[in-house]
Design a protein around this ligand. Structure first.
Ligand code: BGP
Length: 470
């Protein structure tokens, strides 16, 4: 069987500002929540920026973007996903006027992409709420963040709307249920956060997402707005119907975010959850109107699947993953305990397509692994056959889903260049086609090296998937 990807399929790679840019205090940038999270999203923050926080310098994309984009172009990227750091544009988040130096930086990035014929795919908010909004307002628990976010997004659409077609409103919006600081700028720790405040914050983000979708249509009519969901298919641990129901409940906790974005209102099962946990959302008439502005496409990240069981004793949490879940006994895991399941990607694609009937965009997928820099024929490289195997097998399943009739816009691998991990803040958890010489202790020259997977991906793109091993 040959896999055929549609013409115009958007092959590329994905990143986020806080994980690549560095320059945390340059160009008028304010602090973001990431600048006080030296250990990653699953650990408590500290008081201020500390030397052990790799994100402060990250991989210095802020100064090396032209060199990096040239490497992406060499691989034949059709698209590049990056986020705009909110705190570069509005250093505190609640100012009236934007920081011109911040806007100018992204102009330069867009110039470079344009020069190379690479379509930008921009995340408006990727786990990097301005720190001031976290400290003063406890992040998205406060309704005023809708207005601040709208003002920020409006500035982006006005400035970049004619150059950027694809926009994502919030990275992995459903992750707020598990990591409220990283995904919602909420400083109150999860254990102390009331369900009322958590769900109200979710509501605020959903309204903000829908509202800026409307604003984009007014300012940049050609723009396509997508939501972004952390996809994690959940299988029942056994054929017991109670386990299947538990798995469905887990799926619904994620579906709800897509349902609101695609249908424009809350689904019944979500309202039932609210009633059962005693939450009464404050929803205004304007909120209800705003929510009707549904998205053009659905994007998602996919790394792994999990299992669920009704028996609470079996509900051990999956190692190292922010969403929890029971490890699947039939699957192998990555060095960080993430269960590898290529078929799960085909399942998600079919499931989401059937459910929402909106074009899908896989905007994150990849293998975080420890790499060894070696010398081959006088050139320094990484022989990352494990990464090639992971990506090949997942892409074959994307091809299968396309044959199933799913409308897939594109595929961007996560961390196309090595970057700082979101969950653990390590650099040794590498995803890239490009090795960056920087270590967990902060040492390294920041020099870039092409890995074996670099040429492999280049071939996949050049043949539009034809070179994949089925
Ligand atoms: C997603 C995030 C990314 C990213 C990726 C890999 O949750 O959107 O920002 O980093 O997962 O996760 P990690 O960096 O923890 O390996």
């Amino acid at each position: 069987m040959t896999i055929t990807f549609p013409g115009g399929f958007l092959w590329g790679g994905a990143t986020a500002a806080n994980q690549i840019e560095g320059a945390y205090d340059q160009g008028g940038k304010g602090l973001s929540i990431q600048d006080i999270m030296p250990s990653g999203g699953m650990f408590p923050p500290v008081k201020g920026p500390t030397e052990d926080n790799l994100k402060l310098e990250a991989i210095d994309f802020y100064n090396r973007y032209a060199e990096d984009i040239a490497l992406f172009a060499e691989m034949g990227f059709k698209t590049f996903r990056f986020s705009i750091a909110w705190s570069r544009i509005f250093p505190n988040g609640d100012e009236e006027t934007p920081n011109e130096e911040g806007l100018a930086f992204y102009d330069r990035v867009l110039d470079e992409l344009e020069k190379r014929g690479i379509e930008p795919l921009v995340t408006i908010s990727h786990y990097e709420t301005p720190l001031h909004l976290a400290r003063e307002y406890d992040g998205w628990t406060d309704r005023r963040l809708i207005d601040f976010y709208e003002r920020y997004a409006k500035v982006l659409f006005e400035r970049f709307g004619s150059r950027v077609k694809y926009w994502l409103t919030f990275n992995e919006i459903n992750a707020i249920m598990h990591v409220p600081l990283m995904a919602g700028g909420i400083l109150t720790p999860l254990e102390q956060l009331s369900k009322q405040d958590l769900y109200q914050a979710i509501h605020h983000e959903l309204v903000a997402s829908a509202r800026v979708t409307r604003v984009a249509r007014e300012i940049a009519p050609d723009a396509k707005i997508g939501c972004m969901i952390l996809a994690m298919p959940t299988y029942p641990l056994t054929p017991d119907p109670e386990d299947a129901l538990q798995a469905l409940h887990s799926e619904q906790a994620n579906y709800a975010f897509g349902d609101v974005h695609c249908r424009g209102y809350y689904p019944g099962y979500f309202l039932r959850t609210l009633r059962e946990v005693g939450v009464e959302l404050e929803i205004t008439d304007q909120d209800r109107e705003d929510l009707k502005n549904t998205v053009d496409f659905v994007s998602f990240s996919y790394y792994m699947s999990v299992c669920q069981a009704a028996d609470p004793d079996k509900q051990a949490s999956g190692e190292g993953n922010i969403m929890g879940g029971i490890p699947n006994p039939t699957l192998k895991a990555s060095e960080w305990g993430w269960q590898i399941d290529p078929v799960g990607l085909r399942i998600v694609l079919n499931d989401y397509w059937d459910r929402w009937q909106k074009p899908l965009f896989i905007v994150e997928n990849g293998l975080g692994a420890k790499d060894q820099l070696v010398e081959v024929d006088g050139t320094r490289t990484v022989e990352d056959d494990y990464r090639i195997a992971y990506l090949n097998d997942h892409l074959v399943q994307v091809g299968e889903a396309i044959l199933d009739g799913v409308d897939v816009l594109g595929y961007t691998t996560w961390g196309c260049i090595d970057l700082v991990s979101a969950s653990t803040a390590q650099l040794s958890k590498r995803y890239g086609f490009i090795y960056v010489d920087r270590n967990d202790d902060g040492t390294g020259t920041l020099e870039r090296f092409r890995k074996k997977s670099f040429n492999w991906y280049k071939e996949v793109i050049a043949t539009n998937g034809g070179s994949l091993t089925v």
